[in-house]
Design a protein around this ligand. Sequence first.
Ligand SMILES: *Cc1c(COP(=O)(O)O)cnc(C)c1O
Length: 391
Amino acid sequence: MLSAEARSAGAQVPFARMDFNDPELLEELMGAVRQVAERGAFTLGEPVEELERELAAYCETDFAVGVSSGTAALELALRALEIGPGDQVIVPTNSFIATAEAVSAIGASPLLVDVDPDTHLIDAEIVAAALTPRVRCVIPVHLFGATVEMGPIAELAREAGIYVVEDACQAHGAREDGARVGSLGQIGCFSFYPTKNLGAWGDAGAVVTSSPRLAQRVRLLRAHGERPRYRHRLVGATARLDALQAAVLRRKLRRLDGWNRQRRELGAALRRRLARSDAIDLPATGPERLGSDHVYHLFVVRCAERDALRAHLADRGVASAIHYPTPIHLTEAYAHLELPAGSLPVSEMLARRICSLPLFPGMTEAELHQVAQAALAFAKAPATADVDLAG
Ligand SMILES: *Cc1c(COP(=O)(O)O)cnc(C)c1O
């Protein structure tokens, strides 16, 4: 049931906003799609090559290679590094399942690790403790848009002789220690799933790297190992980026920094407003750590009574979501790893408490206010109840 207050306001705050809500952008993107359609060249080709040049320049790497999804980006990155059966890859269990799936898909084993209780991300200490002789690579995930402290991980990886593949699928454009995410390991991986900070009109992804050899290998792997036509140099896949998606992404890439600026401002504003809540913990971030960044792909708070909070928000017209309800090691898909409940306790605690609040470029002051007021009202409820009981 809607409260009288919410009914009279009548406003609903969506969880995210799609491109059709921006008529000017929609018009431009329809024009780009029309151009591709009129040329009739739908796979790879000019729009993909242009996007790759622009994305590499944006990420401050020498190369970018467009692929069919973020998961494909991770898979091909690992294959380009010649990781495969018998190898282990360190993956945080506090991530979207795709990070682990990419490792499994190439026949290697994800070595799932817990995250730091303060940042909710992995760090060099966690990686060091997990090393085994079979570990060939670590995949730091810049989860929710918050950057992992990469310097110590890169140093440790060099000493240990393992690779670093960044999962930057939630942090397009963020900077860690002054450098763009994606440029801090051997290969960086991006997803352009529609709701990401840079989203296509379907599935799309990319890898970025400054190694000509690795870029060349990913180029071969994404298209049947083929170069030139019908000379197949290695066993590859169909994992090309569509020209339609590239044409859309090129236009949106020009707006990414502006959108991220809005996300940072909205994130800071929500943090300020929710700071006095005693029932809700603010997103763990690093803005406190020098050199860190947060581009608020998601604004994730924690609350002991998370499900009650979500119901309360829904009553006030505020959408919410859970990212993610089950840590990777407790999913059915990864039951075979035999990591029981209790084995990676920080991530398990987070999965019970986290709640993602609406935050998206173009969010109005009124929407921000509605989210903050609704969340703060929940925060006050337990105290009021105490008073009532005492009275
Ligand atoms: C979205 C995402 C992926 C996978 O991307 P797809 O394009 O959906 O395959 C991988 N890792 C993380 C952290 C993601 O958020």
